[in-house]
Design a protein around this ligand. Structure first.
Ligand code: S3P
Ligand code: PEP
Length: 414
């Protein structure tokens, strides 16, 4: 499905409820499989969480296909490795077969797990024969994906001897590791993280059995971008969010001040309001902690006529697509000059928007579709394969319609 966007009118005072964080949800689903008394509120409606639920409930399956869901692939690898009756093949989309998993598999093998590669060494699909794991010390590299570390942390308290994880190298996406740690602590698991050591004690049961998931800040990023590109006075409220978020992407409230967007917390809502026009001509961000908002940010900059350099992005090449290359390809369609390296992207000029329609390819990446949508304030867009958004945000197009963004004939509610 393609969507044509042509947005002229906008917006005051609309409200949206954003679904639960997919990162928090997918952690809790693993923990719920390990501690069945756990109850989860505000579960994510994302495809990635649906995939996770299905995988964890198909006890007799011989093969599980996680499609594009990175967290499901990584978290389920550890989960099945410690199920004594499991003998399962974990596979995914063709892109998933290009997303590395060796660092995690090697760490689990240090613990005596039985995992083999079925196609290419280091990549899914993998065969996992589960067993009881008695070892309790592991060393792991941290500069490729934080999901490997979270994956080990999620099974740690279910191991008879708990787990000590020694982290090696420069940690990428660190807030996601802290999210896992804080969630374990909130549930009453004894877990701590000091310098480069994580220590988690065994727990037969959880002390707290209810967890309410905060809504998804990465999903909120697209509304930050919309408000940044909208006229002064535009405003939208989103729920359910907390000032003391576990999600690193909550930094959006700070970052978007630079673009004239004020965030006010009111009970469980955030109110985003465009208060001033952005006076900046250029901006730099180091996004090693928050890779998922890189696409949103660079598109906001293009829309506002701000040049920018985003660094700390080496992991973007191994996400749903090579996001650095995909951004370069699509931004250049607007006349942008874009330079990429292995870990950065630079937008070098201000572009002139026109009356023509620009077609955006989405590369099977939900965030390509959602990040470009706010540019409808500047240029008519045709977003190809718009249904990709369901990986994290199935109601995205419907929600844009609710807040008054208008679409061409091809618009359909998903
Ligand atoms: O743990 C998580 O929930 C996630 C960690 C990050 O991945 P990396 O650690 O691979 O960067 C992030 O990009 C992804 O969307 C979700
Ligand atoms: C990178 C992402 O997800 P995952 O790695 O879980 O596929 C994402 O949602 O942007």
């Amino acid at each position: 499905m393609d969507i044509t966007l042509d947005s002229k009118n906008f917006i005051t005072n609309q409200h949206l409820t954003i679904s639960g964080s997919k990162s928090e949800t997918n952690r809790l689903l693993v923990l719920q499989a390990l501690y069945p008394d756990l109850q989860i509120e505000n579960v994510s409606d994302s495809d990635d969480s649906e995939v996770m639920k299905k995988a964890l409930s198909s006890k007799k399956a011989k093969e599980i296909d996680v499609h594009h869901a990175g967290t499901a692939m990584r978290f389920l690898t550890s989960y099945f490795a410690i199920q004594p009756d499991a003998d399962i093949v974990l596979t995914g989309s063709s892109r998933m077969k290009e997303r590395p998993i060796q660092i995690l598999v090697d760490a689990l093998k240090q613990l005596d797990a039985d995992i083999t590669y079925l196609e290419k060494e280091g990549f899914p699909p993998i065969r996992i024969k589960g067993k009881t794991i008695h070892k309790n010390i592991v060393e792991i590299e941290t500069n490729v994906s934080s999901q490997y570390i979270s994956s080990l942390m999620l099974i740690a308290s279910s191991l008879p001897n708990g787990l000590k994880i020694n982290l090696k190298g420069n940690t990428t996406s660190a807030p996601y590791i802290r999210m896992t740690l804080q969630m374990l602590n909130t549930l009453g698991v004894d877990a701590d993280f000091n310098e480069n050591r994580i220590k988690i004690l065994p727990a037969h049961q959880l002390k707290n059995n209810l967890f309410t998931v905060e809504s998804d800040w990465s999903s909120a990023s697209y509304f930050y971008s919309i408000i940044a590109l909208a006229p002064i006075g535009s405003r939208i409220s989103l729920s359910c969010f907390k000032p003391d978020s576990l999600q690193g992407d909550a930094i959006l409230a700070e970052i978007y001040k630079d673009f004239g967007v004020r965030t006010t917390f009111q009970n469980t809502e955030i109110i985003l309001e465009k208060t001033v026009n952005c006076q900046l001509s250029t901006i730099n961000y180091q996004l090693n902690n928050t890779p998922d908002i890189a696409q949103t940010l660079i598109v906001t900059c293009l829309g506002l006529g701000i040049t920018c350099t985003l660094t700390g992005l080496h992991t973007l090449k191994i996400k749903e697509t090579d996001r650095l290359q995909a951004l370069k390809n699509e931004l250049e369609k607007f006349g942008a000059k874009v330079a990429i390296t292995d870990d950065s992207i630079e937008l070098k000029n201000k572009v002139v928007f026109t009356d023509s329609v620009i077609e955006i390819e989405t590369y099977q990446d939900h965030r390509m579709a959602m990040a470009f949508a706010p540019l409808a304030f500047r240029q008519k867009l045709r977003i190809k394969n718009a249904e990709v958004v369901s990986k994290s945000y199935p109601c995205f197009w419907k929600d844009l319609k609710v807040i008054g963004l208008h679409y061409g004939e091809k618009f359909k509610i998903l």
